[in-house]
Design a protein around this ligand. Structure first.
Ligand code: FE2
Length: 294
């Protein structure tokens, strides 16, 4: 069955593109792509032209989730499946494809109301390799995609079925906890490649769709160095260092200028192809990850 294979990019609308760009460069070690500035910016974490797009606006939230399939045949098959299930799908035009540096593009909306884009054939620019603004071992992307997102939805089950039944995601596990920063949290974690999850969904009363974006680094010490940069920069750390119980990610969380948290992690679990057991946990972390007051 044709399916989504990776998280490709995310688009974020923020009231202050300049502040977000500075945070991404100084704290996250993203490369700011040429042409950024003013009301728009493009951030790199690998050899692709960009992975995070920032635009100016009042929403302070994710405005589009970019997913990708392997080839145009798979994009067309997923398009047909969505249409057959009654979902409106629009084919992106030449200019839209060019802006995203992809060969083909489809637009649709998930049951939680989030704009989703499906593409294939992303431009690669190994001739201008990712160049972090600080000494850095780079980010884990390639076949595992950009990283993962935790999306906030009121209709978690309906949204999960959409991602699994129509886009081809597989449930890795569930976390149902009585103490997620002092409140109940129910999350479902879904994968579309070996990365334990590319999309997680849960409901949190935070007033935005993007709970967090996780960026994974190759080198253990880059998590510690990033935490040093958080402290030096004065960015609000929102969760302490810890290790997640399901994807084993060693990470901390920091708040971005648009409010969404960024998880900065190392050592994420890669799920074996024949591991189809769906588990449930009652805590998010084996240790650490305490919610910090900001
Ligand atoms: Fe995460």
């Amino acid at each position: 069955m044709a399916q989504v294979k990776r998280l490709a990019y995310i688009q974020i609308e923020t009231e202050d593109v300049e502040a977000w760009t500075a945070f991404a460069r100084e704290v996250l070690a993203c490369e700011v792509a040429a042409g950024s500035g003013g009301r728009e910016a493009w951030l790199r974490v690998d050899d692709r032209p960009w992975r995070i797009h920032l635009s100016t606006g009042p929403r302070n939230d994710i405005v589009a989730l970019g997913l990708e399939a392997d080839c145009i045949e798979d994009v067309e098959a997923i398009h047909a499946r969505l249409a057959a299930a009654g979902h409106a799908v629009r084919t992106g035009g030449t200019e839209e494809c060019a802006a995203r540096c992809v060969q083909a593009l489809r637009h649709f909306v998930d049951p939680a109301g989030l704009a989703v884009e499906l593409s294939c054939g992303s431009l690669m620019r190994p001739q201008t390799p990712f160049h972090a603004p600080v000494a850095h071992g780079g980010f884990v992307t390639e076949q595992q995609g950009l990283g993962h997102v935790m999306l906030v939805a009121e209709n978690v089950t309906e949204t999960q079925r959409f991602y699994c039944d129509l886009l081809g995601f597989t449930v890795s596990d569930y976390v149902s906890t009585q103490d997620y920063g002092g409140r109940q949290g129910n999350f479902v974690f879904m994968r579309c490649n070996s990365r334990h999850h590319s999309v997680a969904i849960g409901y949190l009363p935070i007033g935005r769709r993007l709970g967090h974006l996780m960026l994974q680094v190759h080198e253990f010490d880059d998590v510690g160095r990033a935490l040093d940069r958080v402290r030096r920069y004065g960015a609000p750390q929102t969760r302490a260092l810890g290790r997640h119980i399901n994807d084993h990610m060693f990470s901390f969380y920091v708040q971005s200028p648009s409010g969404a948290q960024i998880e900065y992690g190392w050592g994420g679990l890669e799920v074996e192809e024949d591991d189809n057991e769906v588990r449930t946990y009652d805590v998010t972390s084996a240790w650490g990850h305490q919610h910090l007051k900001v």
